[in-house]
Write a protein that binds this ligand. Structure first.
Ligand SMILES: NC(=O)c1ccc[n+]([C@@H]2O[C@H](COP(=O)([O-])OP(=O)(O)OC[C@H]3O[C@@H](n4cnc5c(N)ncnc54)[C@H](OP(=O)(O)O)[C@@H]3O)[C@@H](O)[C@H]2O)c1
Length: 313
């Protein structure tokens, strides 16, 4: 089968298209024909190994000291169940599925095998019916990140929430999830994304690039930082100070992303009910995945970046 392997840590060009053996499912695994994967912020970190010093050694120990131990990287997939082991109960051959492979990686390929149970090696669910495979990759990654934090924040109808970094994969879904829960949403993004983020349903949008921007006179119940701790501005700090006394600040970088098929099912239900729509900025073919990495690394995408995997491409 075709796969993109990460030959060593480095720039996007370390990614190479190769022919490698197709995997076969074990008793407790499904084999998925991957129709689309995504290039995420996490993939950039894995490929480049550009990490703050304190994370460098733990990450290298987990992923491979001198080069990735699992050369086929990629954490997000949407596809069709191609074959199943005897112990599989949740899926049948032909089921459209979507999920995140976590430390299992392996999504930059025509096929991969995963367990049907949740673990640090992935979570899998039936794909939302109303969207394509490319959009399903944004739903899996952005949806899991956003829903986990919204649940942790215990967001309730009528709450005032500020979403910082509202134009990214998780931010675009966080804005829609918060509206679906009946919250009042202030969304923060760069100048060029203001109208787009407003179109997602935000009640108010503020430009973090505007030196004079202020968090308005609101007191917020919750601030969700979907951009991550490395991305900041004067406005981010001002919003944090505008939290109510018992208001919470939650960053997408606080603790681990939980790989949860319960949350994937909840996201699929919301998508099929028309309550949220995952956003895909660009779609690349597998052969041009290095270009997708360079684009994501530029830091200002709108929603997710997907990669289509054609059979025999
Ligand atoms: N905790 C975990 O286990 C875990 C796992 C996976 C990912 N993550 C984190 O999740 C984050 C979010 O991933 P994502 O794919 O949703 O995000 P993303 O799409 O990579 O980036 C989010 C947005 O940040 C905005 N941005 C750039 N600089 C900014 C700044 N200074 N202030 C505010 N916004 C800025 C960009 O939009 P504009 O052009 O509008 O600025 C971009 O669209 C990743 O960065 C990663 O750190 C955490």
């Amino acid at each position: 089968m075709k796969a993109v392997i990460c030959t060593k840590y480095g720039p996007p060009e370390v990614l190479q298209l190769r022919e490698i053996p197709k995997p076969a499912p074990k008793k407790d695994e499904v084999c998925i024909r991957i129709c689309a994967t995504a290039v995420t912020a996490s993939d950039i970190v894995i490929r480049s190994s550009r990490l703050p010093l304190r994370f460098w050694l733990p990450m290298r120990l987990a992923l491979g000291l001198t080069k990735p131990r699992k050369p086929v990287i990629g954490m997000v997939l949407a596809g069709v169940v191609e074959s199943i082991g005897q112990g599989i109960t949740r899926f049948q051959v032909g089921d459209p599925v979507y999920g995140v492979t976590g430390f299992g990686l392996g999504a930059y390929a025509e096929y991969t095998c995963m367990k049907e149970t949740d673990s640090m090696y992935g979570c899998l669910a039936h794909k939302p019916r109303q969207i394509g495979y490319e959009e399903a990759t944004a739903a899996a990654y952005g949806g899991l990140l956003a829903l986990q934090r919204i649940e942790e924040g215990n967001l309730q109808p009528g709450h005032k929430v500020v979403i910082y970094g509202a134009s990214g994969t998780s931010g675009t879904i966080a804005v829609q999830l918060a509206k679906a829960r009946g919250a009042e949403v202030t969304a923060i993004c760069s100048t060029r994304h203001l109208a787009f983020v407003e179109s997602l349903g935000a009640d108010r949008v503020i430009d973090y690039m505007d030196e004079n921007a202020s968090p308005t006179a609101e007191r917020y119940d919750l601030m969700l930082d979907t951009a991550g701790k490395a991305k900041s501005s004067k406005l981010k700090e001002a919003c944090r100070k505008a939290l109510r006394g018992n208001g919470k600040f939650i960053s997408i970088d606080d603790g681990k992303l939980e790989l949860s098929s319960r949350r994937l099912n909840a996201i699929a239900e919301l998508i099929d009910a028309g309550k949220i729509k995952p956003i895909v900025d660009r779609v690349y073919p597998l052969e041009r995945i290095a270009e997708a990495h360079a684009y994501v690394e530029s830091g200002h995408k709108r929603g997710g970046v997907a990669v289509t995997i054609e059979m025999g491409s």
